[in-house]
Write a protein that binds this ligand. Structure first.
Ligand SMILES: [Zn+2]
Length: 85
């Protein structure tokens, strides 16, 4: 793992290795999307989302369009990426 957020390091120190792997795998399946089409996984953003349900919205700044807006969080693999211009 190249870099982990402090929250991720906290869990990594606390949990058995394979549990942490499952948590990372799950966090990578949760995708945070901006209305501009920018999509990143929860894990990339330094977050953890494990065995979660529902599709919350996170208010944050988008690095692509630079706007602060509500991002949709959904369990939606990046295998079908959003359209890019
Ligand atoms: Zn954006």
């Amino acid at each position: 793992m190249s870099s982990m957020s402090s929250a991720q390091k906290f869990f990594a120190a606390l949990l058995p290795g394979r549990w942490m792997e499952a948590m990372e795998a799950d966090s990578r399946l949760w995708i945070v999307r901006c209305s501009c089409g920018c999509a990143r996984s929860v894990w990339e953003l330094g977050g953890i989302r494990y065995k979660a349900v529902g599709e919350p919205r996170w208010f944050m700044r988008c690095p692509q369009c630079g706007r602060r807006s509500w991002h949709k969080v959904s369990r939606d693999p990046l295998s079908s990426p959003p359209h890019k211009t």
